[in-house]
Write a protein that binds this ligand. Sequence first.
Ligand code: MG
Length: 339
Amino acid sequence: MKLKYFPYELQLRHVFTVAAMSRTTTPDVQVEIEHDGLVGYGEASMPPYLGHTVESVCAFLSKVDLSQFNDPTDIDTILDYVDSLSDGDAPAKAAIDIALYDLVGKIKQKPVYELFGIKPTVKLSTSFTIGIDEEQVVIEKTKEAAPYNILKVKVGRDPQEDHAMINAIRSVTDKPLYVDANQGWKDKKLALDMIHWLHEQGVVLIEQPMPKERIDDIAYLTENSPMPVIADESVQRASDIDGLKGAFSGINIKLVKSGGLREAYKMIQKAQSFGMKIMFGCMTETSCNITAASHLACVGDYADLDGNLLIANDRFSGVKIIDGKLNLNTMPGLGLTLL
Ligand code: MG
């Protein structure tokens, strides 16, 4: 097996603002694993808050020697080896994991969901994110989001600014909203007031209302919230879920946090055994990782898989959005076509 990788900077269609910062590009590294003339694709996308860089991803990938393996279908052996090379590096590990599943699907002539024993009978609607912006821009972006059934809104700033964002969207549409505070609220009483107000405005789910270390305060919110409270920054891998039982209603799984599909599937099984909801989220990524997430997302409850729609230089076509819902094709592997 041969591993190839190269940096690929993602160009965002619009300036993207969350509670902490604004940006116009996202660093990304594309990964390809080749075996017997077949190629599997994966990628590492690196939002700044996780602390990874193109250099750190490439440094990790340069340590990975896949030439020692002759059978790509021995997935566990290969991924155990990759995982053993460092403690962190989840985005780089995810890129290899995703490329390997794509390759194995192509070898076995099966879609990746079938490798996990999943039948994609449910088609989830994906939310579409409306970034923080001036009122008129928010209204225009909301109108442009007509093809989507659910909108996602970044909150967690000053209450007046949060109110203005929601009011601007509500002046054009009554679609259900997901909101993400990205740890922005610091006071649990004010956060709960905000959650109740948001619920009255037709918000159906809130992500990470308070900082990840404030588990007791978040548990208070979850207990008193009229809508599900979903962990994002608080959860990376399956081992994190034990400490979140009772504190959150559900978890947001992202492949670049989990280190790939294999760990994400373990997270689904563990969270569901605790009665927790499953949301699949993403970074700004190409259709490679968005499609990979879609292969597992169909067994979850919520999908926020719009990262490929936010970039201007996608490398692939894969999962398609039809009537606002994620539709996978039945091609082997991830079902990607290079653009
Ligand atoms: Mg989030």
